[in-house]
Write a protein that binds this ligand. Structure first.
Ligand code: ATP
Ligand code: MG
Length: 257
């Protein structure tokens, strides 16, 4: 399963979900690969890498046509294709290139031909740029984290349009998953969750709102400072319990295919 984690709204929990979902999938014994598509390199740093010291990043693969060269992380079964600030220039550098949306997809197919990964997660920047499009084209699913704010669902229109257009123009038909993050069971949050289910949960159309709700939990904000997923940093925290449950849901949906 290849899952792009995207939302053009910033700070909704994309990176937190990328690190901790891949961390739990790895802990469950699956081989997992996290690809950092964001020049802020939060996933790279959150897994304990110093973005200033990397000899290889995703930028090299995208601009020089590969290959993808995953690094081992301190977490068993979890590998990382890292990013650093170089990637900030990639959007512009790729803009004139033929087939620019398909570069990553080709590289990933080549990697998966020789190396087995059960799950590949792609952490995107907060924008619907050519890097996010590359991730979408390389994936079979998109996971959209949503902070339960009043306007969160209206803000989705643009992303849903990009997904519809990608289907028509790029031939990518992605399963859609929506995840409520930073949930705190207030009336507002309950209402937004309910509305998300009404509007977005359509299993027959491959659009699913996860049952798992990710609570607001300080351990989730602390773990990346230590360079660790929550499964190792604070395995008994409420955030850890929630991301483990999310991983189980993802495995269940994957098995349905
Ligand atoms: P960006 O758009 O900048 O890439 P993002 O969507 O990747 O942001 P994160 O970096 O995952 O979002 O989260 C934003 C901030 O909120 C971070 O400081 C993170 O540690 C914190 N955070 C994320 N999820 C939770 C949570 N469930 N509980 C508490 N803090 C959280
Ligand atoms: Mg991020």
């Amino acid at each position: 399963m290849r899952i792009t984690i995207a939302n053009h709204k910033g700070g909704v929990g994309k990176t937190t979900t990328a690190i901790n979902l891949s961390g739990f999938l790895a802990e469950m014994g699956y081989r997992a690969l996290l690809i950092d598509m964001d020049s802020q390199a939060a996933s790279t740093q959150g897994l304990g890498f110093d973005r200033g010291l990397l000899e290889y990043t995703i930028y090299d693969s995208l601009l020089e046509d590969g290959p993808l060269t995953p690094l081992k992380t301190s977490v068993e079964n979890l590998d990382l294709v890292p990013a650093n600030l170089d990637l900030a220039g990639a959007t512009l550098e790729l803009s004139g290139q033929v087939g620019r949306e398909h570069i990553l997809s080709t590289l990933l197919t080549n990697l998966l031909d020789k190396d087995h990964y059960d799950f590949v997660l792609l952490d995107c920047p907060p924008s619907l740029d050519v890097l996010t499009l590359n991730a979408l084209v390389a994936s079979d699913s998109v996971l959209v984290p949503l902070q339960p704010e009043y306007y969160a669902l209206n803000g989705l229109t643009q992303l849903l349009k990009v997904l519809d257009r990608s289907k028509i123009r790029l031939g990518v038909n992605l399963r859609r998953f929506f995840l409520i993050t930073m949930y705190s069971a207030t009336n507002l949050h309950k209402m937004v969750h309910q509305t998300a289910i009404e509007r977005l949960h359509k299993p027959e159309a491959d659009s699913i709102v996860f049952e798992t709700l990710i609570p607001r939990n300080i351990s989730l904000a602390e773990a990346p400072v230590e360079g660790l997923p929550i499964s190792i940093y604070a395995p008994d925290s409420s955030g850890s319990i929630a991301y483990r449950q999310l991983a189980e849901e993802v495995v269940k949906y994957n098995a349905e295919r």
